[in-house]
Design a protein around this ligand. Structure first.
Ligand code: 5CA
Ligand code: ZN
Length: 416
């Protein structure tokens, strides 16, 4: 499907660094994309409601990876999906007496606007589940043929399931023990109790058509895809096995990323699906994880309608480390607005202290598992110096502005 509009990213002087990120599978910091091409897959939205600040924070984290890679001169191939057919979408459409296709189109359009507003760079490919059904069918067909998948023992609905242990290394990505896996599987869209499965942890690949549900004709029988296989097929077919980063929020570490990896590894006979599994922390509101099901939400579109400056919103979300679970508060936005005003003041000065070192300091912080609090503090320090002792470097304010624009996506010269 259509992505959103690209934006120009300034080029910076100096030498880029090697990015290191925390990898959930090895539970350690790992170098990222050592080669020239860099390939990333980030799990996209399920478009049944508007983009909230939790989604925004997660996409901002991977936007920083993208920006870091551009700075390092990589050729970036970034794929993001849209889960435009799945149970939560159908349930919301039913609840609101809405057409599920219209709901998905409307919320996806709003998401694009929200991403543009936040100056998130568009993925090179933005791909819906519905438009890839033929790919998914072929993927499932091959898994069935290889014995990694099987039909449920249910003559009425012989749904296709993935034998979770088909690769012999199930659990390597999330590192959870069996008890935790069982609990999270049940909590996050799994169906452990479904009769006819060979094992409670086996995951749905193809759901045969039920009366009243949308379905597609296929070699597998009329039906619709399961969730994990969607990301597995979209990523594998566009990025190939062993791409650099599989990303998303930490709520996707299990079962979603575990199964996406297992499906693709079983299909290709190769491993790993992704070199690194990178997870952003959960944003909460009023003491709980922000989630559509709990209804404790702050929407990007709402703040947009209130006239909030997108640069301030970015700064507010980047003030915390991407991996830490954190709470959203109005104070965060207030602090970010103040910080932005002082940065803009400095960028408008006719001269300042030399800023070449600052560029490298910001790069160093970001290279260290996207340490945005460190990067923001480095910019603050330059700012203080510019204001108190001043400086004679006439290029410095412009370089400062280019640095925060290119690496953090924060325009200091007001746009729009
Ligand atoms: N469509 C699937 C992924 S294939 C999905 O999880 N969609 S979603 O709309 O529920 O979430 C979109 C992205 O936002 C995912 O990466 C998810 O991990 C992330 N996310 C959801 N809630 C939060 C939150 N409260 N804080 C941070 N990230 C979140
Ligand atoms: Zn996904």
């Amino acid at each position: 499907m259509e992505s959103w509009s690209p934006i120009a990213v300034p080029r910076l002087p100096g030498t880029p660094r090697q990015l290191r990120l925390y990898d959930t599978a090895t539970q350690s910091l790992q170098p990222v994309a050592p080669g020239r091409a860099a390939r990333m897959y980030v799990c996209g939205i399920t478009p049944y409601d508007a983009t909230h600040l939790g989604h925004a924070a997660t996409y901002l984290a991977f936007d920083l990876v993208y920006r870091f890679w551009l700075d390092a001169g990589h050729e970036v191939h970034y794929v993001q999906n849209v889960t435009d057919i799945d149970d939560p979408l159908l349930e919301r459409a039913e609840r609101d007496q809405d057409d599920w296709v219209v709901l998905a189109m409307r919320e996806t359009a709003l998401f694009r606007e929200d991403m543009e507003f936040l100056r998130v760079l568009p993925p090179t490919e933005f791909v819906g589940a519905v438009e890839t059904i033929p790919e998914i069918v072929e993927f499932v067909r091959k898994l069935l043929a290889s014995g990694a998948a099987y039909r449920a023992d249910d003559p009425e609905y012989p749904d296709v399931y993935f034998a979770h242990d088909a690769t012999g290394r199930f659990g390597y990505e999330s590192n959870y023990d069996t008890e935790t896996m069982n609990a999270l599987f049940a909590e996050r869209g799994g169906d452990p109790e479904r009769p006819g499965k060979r094992h409670p942890l086996d995951a749905l690949l193809w759901r045969m058509a039920r009366p009243g549900e949308p379905s597609w004709e296929s070699e597998l029988g009329e039906g619709r895809p399961g969730w994990h296989v969607e990301c597995s097929a979209i990523a594998l077919n566009r990025l190939g096995i062993g791409f650099d980063i599989q990303g998303g929020g930490s709520d996707l570490a299990f079962p979603h990323h575990e199964f996406s990896a297992a499906h693709a590894e079983a299909l290709s006979g190769d491993e790993p699906f992704a070199r690194l599994y990178v997870h952003a922390g959960m944003i909460g509101l009023n003491g709980q994880k922000m989630s559509k099901s709990k209804g404790n939400l702050e929407f990007v579109s709402r703040l947009r309608a209130d006239g909030v400056d997108p640069a301030a919103l970015r700064l507010a979300l980047l003030a915390g480390h991407y991996r830490s679970d954190r709470q959203w508060t109005a104070d965060l936005l207030g602090e970010a607005e103040q910080r932005l005003a002082s940065w803009r003041e400095a960028a408008a000065l006719p001269s300042g202290p030399p800023a070449r070192e600052l560029v490298d300091q910001v790069r160093d912080h970001l290279a260290d598992d996207l340490d945005t609090p460190g990067a923001l503090a480095a910019v603050d320090a330059w700012m203080d110096q510019a204001r108190t002792t001043g400086g004679t470097d006439a290029d410095a304010p412009g370089l400062l502005a280019d640095t925060v624009d290119a690496l953090l996506g924060i325009p200091l010269h007001r746009v729009g």
